[in-house]
Design a protein around this ligand. Sequence first.
Ligand code: NAD
Length: 440
Amino acid sequence: MTTEHRPPASDQPAPRQHAIPSYLDASHLGPWGIYLEQVDRVTPYLGKLAYWVETLKRPKRILIVDVPIHLDDGTVAHFEGYRVQHNTSRGPAKGGIRFHQDVTLSEVMALSAWMTVKNAAVNLPYGGGKGGIRIDPRNYSQGELERLTRRYTTEIGLIIGPEKDIPAPDVNTNPQIMAWMMDTYSMNTGKTSTGVVTGKPVALGGSLGRADATGRGVFVTGAQAMQKLGIPLEGARIAVQGFGNVGNAAARIFHDHGAKIVAIQDVSGTVHSSAGIDPHRALEHLRATGSILDLPGTEPVERDAFWDVDCDVLIPAALENQLTETNAARIRARVIIEGANGPTTPAADDILHDKGVTVVPDVLANAGGVTVSYFEWVQDFSSFFWTEDEINARLDRIMREAFDSLWDVSQRHGVTLRTAAFIVACTRVLEARALRGLYP
Ligand SMILES: NC(=O)c1ccc[n+]([C@@H]2O[C@H](COP(=O)([O-])OP(=O)(O)OC[C@H]3O[C@@H](n4cnc5c(N)ncnc54)[C@H](O)[C@@H]3O)[C@@H](O)[C@H]2O)c1
C-alpha cells in the first residue's frame, strides 16, 4: 500500500527520500538507484503531473522464474530468470532479454525503466520492459541454450504476448534465440504468433533494416547535433569505441556521408589513423583475422590513450560506465553520441557539461533499434512487409522528430539533452497515467 500522496501521521516515521519497495535492499540499490536519482532530478519539471511521479518509481510487474534444464552431461541445472514490466501506461511493455552472468533484479528493473523512457522519448506506443537470465552463455552448448530459452519463454509466457509485452534481443541474445522464443510461445498458445518478439530472422517475420538500425539512429541523431553546433559532417573526425553491431554500422554510415573515422577501439585493442580508416575495410579485416589490430594504414594505440584521441565526435558503442570522472576531462570531442546503453556516469556527465561537450544520450541516440523493432511488430500484425528504403525513411523521420523535440526542450529549460529526454518521456508517460486514472 502506498501513502505517498497523503501527509504522514505525526506518529509515523518521516518518509525516506525514495519510497523503496520492500523487495529491495535500501543500502544497495544498484542501477535501480541511479534510475531513481534521474527521476528525482526531472520531477521539478513535471508541473502538476508530479502528482503521479511515484508511478515511475515502481515497476508495474516483476516475475522471477526458476529455469531448470537438463545439461548435456545428464545433470540438471537451475538458472534465475526475470521479466520486469516497468510501465504499460502508453502501450504494451517492450524491451530486450539479456543472458549474462551478472544479471540482477536491480539491473533488470533499471533497464526496463530506461526502456519506458526511451520508448516515450521517441514517441513509440510502448511502455518499458526487460528480461534476463543469470547465465554465462559461453559455457553452454546450442542445445542447452535452446532448452534454456524454451523453458524461460514458457515461464514468462504468463505475462508476455503480442499485445502485452514484446521481448527482443539484448546482450548475448540474437535472432536464433528470438526464433526459439517465438516458436515456444506459438506452440504453447496453439497459433503462430510472429509478433510476440522482435529481432527475429527475416525468414520468420523479422524486418529488413533491423541489423543496421541502431547505428543508423546514432548517425541521424549525431548528424543533427553536429548541424546545430555548426560542425560540418564532411571531414568530421570520429572516434568509435566498440565495433560490433552498433559501432560498426555507425562508423560505416558516418564514413559513407563524408566523415573520417580516426580511431576504433574494440575488445582486441585500439587503432588510429589521422588520415582516416575505411570502416568497410576494417570490418573485412576483423572478419578475416578476428581482430582490428594490424589493420593496414593504422597504428596501434594504448587502450587508455583512446580517450586522448583528437577528434570532433566520440561514439561509445561498447559497454556501460566507460566515460567516468577519471577520463571525462581528457575528452577532446565536442559531441558524444551514446550508441551503448549507460556509457557515461552521472559524474562524467557533469564534467562534460562544464566543458561544453554536447552528449546525445543513449535513450535517444540508440533508439533506432527499438524503432525498427516497432516496425517489425506493425508488419507482423498486418502480415505486410515494407522495403528497406521505406523502413530507413520512416526510421530517419522518427529519429529526426525526436531529436528536434528534445533539442527544443533542452534549449527552453537550459538543460542537457539527457534531462530533456527524461522531461519529455516522463511527461508523456504521466499524461497517459493521468488520463487513464486509477483502476478500479
Ligand atoms: N544492438 C542493438 O540494436 C542495440 C540497441 C540499443 C543499445 N545497444 C547497446 O549498444 C552497446 C553495444 O551493443 P552491440 O549490439 O553493438 O554489441 P556487440 O556485442 O555487437 O558489440 C560490442 C562491441 O564492444 C566491444 N567491446 C567489448 N568489450 C570492450 C572493451 N572492454 N573495450 C572496448 N570495446 C569493447 C566488442 O569488441 C564489440 O566490438 C551495448 O551497450 C548495447 O546494450 C545495442
